[in-house]
Design a protein around this ligand. Sequence first.
Ligand SMILES: *Cc1c(COP(=O)(O)O)cnc(C)c1O
Length: 246
Amino acid sequence: MIGPKDRERLEANWRTVVDEVNQATVASGRPADAVRIIGVTKYVDASLTEALVDVGCRDLGENRPQSLWSKADAIADKDIRWHLIGHLQRNKLRRTLQYPVLIHSIDSARLLKSVSDELDSSGVDTKLAQADASAHADVLVEVNISGDETKTGMTTAQIRELFESLPYSHVNILGLMAMAGWGTDPDESRRQFAAVRELRDELAAEFGLPLTQLSMGMSGDFAEAIAEGATMVRIGSRIYEGLLAS
Ligand SMILES: *Cc1c(COP(=O)(O)O)cnc(C)c1O
């Protein structure tokens, strides 16, 4: 349970984030609602997560599959779209696919093939399968654009190889996900986000795929990401300002 003061604070933070994202989106020449805000809940428990949904956030992001499962189970009655934004081990794939989830973190051709195989095997009781006999998973491919060794994601060369190995049945690549490198200044972040967009444009043209989605931008750099065409921003800490003991 969270108290009324905390709820007020959470709601004010959320509204501020929505306003700033909308402004950045309009400044980029797009309609205000063209960018989806994913509220990253990895810092908070299920009750604060639920409160965030109640103040208006319908897209939630978790970086650990187990946390996604437990929160999705705890607040199963809410209408939520889940986003897995951290590494997915293949042994966590089957359960993850039982939730309405967009996987942002496809970081190998092997993982993509596993998603495909999993949905291919008959009798998989996924929510997707129940809704549609031709079950499919929406995914983004994670690019390591900063060249930062500590960052996850695939190099441009690995991504090209992956696209050359397409198609895989039951998987739908909607676009790319990326993080700017640690400690980069706004100009450098913006250059990195521009490089992601250019890579997306090249892949889309070369492989004849729409690749409409670009998941990039976090609390510290979402304005730069939106200026370079982000369609999804993943925002955590800004939403909880004043709410978490530090
Ligand atoms: C934690 C996390 C975020 C949110 O970061 P903030 O700086 O707290 O907004 C976004 N994307 C990924 C992949 C993350 O792990």
